[in-house]
Design a protein around this ligand. Structure first.
Ligand SMILES: NC(=O)c1ccc[n+]([C@@H]2O[C@H](COP(=O)([O-])OP(=O)(O)OC[C@H]3O[C@@H](n4cnc5c(N)ncnc54)[C@H](O)[C@@H]3O)[C@@H](O)[C@H]2O)c1
Length: 270
């Protein structure tokens, strides 16, 4: 998600620093961004001038301090773990100015809980992007308990600057999108588990019957089964029994069948 967000920001002319703790992931992220820009140019969605512009605007770092120099917005897309995100923001807060917006791309964790470790929680907000970031037009802006109106206004303006359509939601488990999307995804896995239909048929039911652009099982493969499991566990705890992760989902994650990123999930991704 981080590389997708960085690609969109740089493509829309914003100087962008990509940070990762892993050098290999960072290098493959930069490569994927340039490949993504080429794809956009081929499809006529991005002007050819973006090729050079993104090269000049994008920086890649494994050191936090230089990555954050002069930052006005920081968007975190580290793994979906509360303590990890809190640790990341404590480190970030040491290197940015007091009016820098601190945003998390969490799909489900409480914004207010992540912000509890951050000095100045009024500038803390959820900026929830969708996968694949360059193709998906929604930006879900999540208002924490202390997020100021001014920060929400700046986020709405930021969404417009990077070509996204914003919605603003209150900090509640799963926000508007993950709560509904994961409910459908988990039910589809339970249906597969109990033999209602094949993965292809369940997906086709939603694609043709309800005009979803992609069925829930293929979407789970795209998002990552581990990511979905983490969200389901959180929603199970916060909202209730309907979000209990199906046995099949746990088993597949244990087996390393994480979806597209691992080459195999409900489908094969050669
Ligand atoms: N996958 C999706 O479709 C999707 C959609 C919307 C939101 N999200 C959210 O975005 C976040 C990231 O999800 P993802 O699918 O990109 O996960 P991912 O596992 O693919 O990527 C996480 C990245 O964080 C890096 N990382 C690990 N520890 C770090 C640290 N301490 N500091 C900085 N980087 C660190 C990893 O090296 C990796 O590159 C999660 O909060 C997830 O819920 C995911």
């Amino acid at each position: 998600m981080g590389r997708g967000i960085a690609q969109v920001c740089a493509t829309f002319g914003i100087p962008t620093s990509l940070f990762d703790v892993s050098e290999d992931t960072l290098a493959s992220g930069v490569e994927a961004i340039h490949a993504g820009v080429e794809k956009g140019i081929d499809k006529g969605k991005v002007p050819p001038s973006a090729r050079e512009e993104v090269r000049s605007l994008l920086g890649a770092f494994t050191d936090l301090e230089p990555a954050l120099t002069g930052a006005t917005v920081v968007i975190e897309a580290a793994p979906e773990e509360l303590e990890l995100k809190q640790r990341v923001f404590s480190a970030i807060a040491r290197h940015v100015s007091g009016d820098c917006i601190l945003a998390t791309n969490t799909s489900s964790l409480p914004i207010t809980g992540i912000a509890s470790e951050v000095p100045g929680p009024d500038r803390f907000v959820g900026l929830h992007f969708f996968n694949p970031v360059p193709a998906m037009s929604l930006l879900e802006i999540v208002r924490g308990l202390d997020t100021s109106d001014a920060v929400i206004e700046r986020c709405i303006a930021f969404a417009g600057r990077i070509g996204k359509e914003p919605i603003v939601v209150r900090d509640s488990p799963g926000f508007a999108t993950s709560r509904l999307g994961v409910a459908i995804g988990l039910e589809a896995i339970r249906m597969l588990e109990s033999g209602v239909a094949t993965a292809e048929e369940i997906d086709r039911a939603m694609e043709l019957g309800y005009r979803h652009p992609m069925g829930p099982l293929r979407l789970t493969d795209l998002v990552g089964l581990d990511v979905r499991l983490a969200i389901a566990e959180h929603l199970h705890q916060e909202v209730g029994e309907q979000f209990r992760p199906p046995h099949l989902l746990r088993t597949m994650v244990r087996a390393g069948r994480l979806g597209k990123k691992s080459g195999r999930g409900f489908y094969d991704w050669p």
